[in-house]
Design a binder for this molecule. Structure first.
Ligand code: TXA
Ligand code: MG
Length: 318
């Protein structure tokens, strides 16, 4: 649409302006507790096509539909008892459920890339909730970054990647969680499709059994599981305790003496997740860096989501 991107305040006026743009089929980036989303009307094929175009996203990669509550989710998806248990425990919050789609849901087939399932999320961020209510419909919203690049956790990150390609961004400050939602497939047996803001440990506790891992990079169930993703310009190495000359070393925990940057000085995974994408961008912006080297992060709790994103950032580019 327009080639100038408006920066809106998270005020009732800003939200009302954003809702008007969305109702007209335009695109608005908005804060969620995980990352910024690039929103468009999920019922409007043209709006959804604009999302794919603005991101440069392969059209086979389906989008998450955001709704304000479980009741609204039922208009679009069939929520089984097991799915409802997860929804009650973690909505609103950083959990996306892939569910069978209701026949005649009214969602554009482009949102689901023609699949019969649909990914639904109820975000917790007050600005996202206010926007969903003001707009009055389901919002398709992938992360607000060019496809394959680092996700945006601040309005300035959104502008870096998408300025001039979208109508507006609501500036709601930094995202508290910092990594995307956990995606659980609930079409058959519960399956972890992407680790994220809700830990596997917390999901297991509600399910009463260990969640199985679904899909893989070679045969992705969730097409976002393509291996190279979140790619900075510089190369990335992981589990580094002794960086090479010229590498930007990103530490974790008090042991990383001499690190150029740190995900968390005290070794706090919550803080590390919140900092992840900002630090990845900051490291990539350091002039003359020959690469970015990350210290080891424990593979527990949010560390699972952090390591997942870092492995993709480090993966060979296609
Ligand atoms: O935290 C988040 O989830 C953020 C915020 C904005 O809500 N959104 C986000 O969207 O990360 P995106 O598009 O970057 O990632 C969505 C993932 C993709 O990997 C996609 O393949 C998967 O969800 N997905 C969407 N619909 C699906 C479906 N029907 N079946 C399987 N995977 C699906
Ligand atoms: Mg994304």
């Amino acid at each position: 649409m327009s080639n100038e991107t408006a920066i809106l305040e998270p005020s009732p006026q800003g939200i009302s302006r954003a809702a008007t743009i969305l109702q007209a089929g335009g695109l608005v980036a908005f804060p969620t507790e995980t990352v910024y989303g690039l929103g468009g009307d999920a019922r409007n094929g043209l709006a959804v096509a604009r999302i794919y175009e603005a991101k440069g996203r392969p059209a086979f990669n389906p989008l998450i539909v955001h709704v304000p509550d479980l009741e609204t989710a039922r208009e679009y998806a069939i929520v089984s008892q097991a799915a409802e248990a997860l929804a009650s425990a973690f909505w609103p919050g950083p959990l996306t459920l892939v569910l069978p789609q209701v026949t005649g849901s009214g969602l554009s087939p482009l949102v689901t890339a023609g699949q019969s399932s649909v990914a639904i999320r109820v975000p917790a961020h007050p600005v996202a909730v206010a926007l969903l209510r003001a707009f009055g419909g389901p919002l398709a919203a992938p992360s607000a970054n060019p496809s394959g690049r680092i996700s945006a956790t601040r309005a300035a990150h959104v502008m870096d990647g998408l300025s001039g390609r979208i109508d507006a961004v609501i500036d709601g400050g930094a995202c508290a969680v910092g990594v995307e939602s956990t995606i659980v497939g609930m079409v058959d047996q519960p399956q972890l499709l992407r680790p994220g803001g809700v830990t596997v440990e917390a999901l297991d506790a509600v399910l009463g059994h260990a969640l199985t891992s679904g899909g893989s990079a070679e045969a992705p169930t969730s097409p976002g599981q393509l291996l190279s993703h979140y790619a900075p310009r510089a190369g990335v190495r992981l589990d580094v305790l002794a960086p090479k000359p010229g590498e930007v070393w990103v530490g974790f925990g008090p042991g990383c003496v001499g690190a150029d940057l740190t995900l968390s000085q005290s070794g706090d995974l919550l803080e590390a997740a919140a900092n992840l994408f900002h630090i990845l961008r900051a490291a990539d912006a350091i002039a003359g860096a020959v690469g970015i080297a990350f210290a080891p992060i424990p593979e527990t709790g949010l560390g699972r989501a952090i390591n997942d994103r870092l492995r993709r950032a480090a993966a060979p580019r296609s």
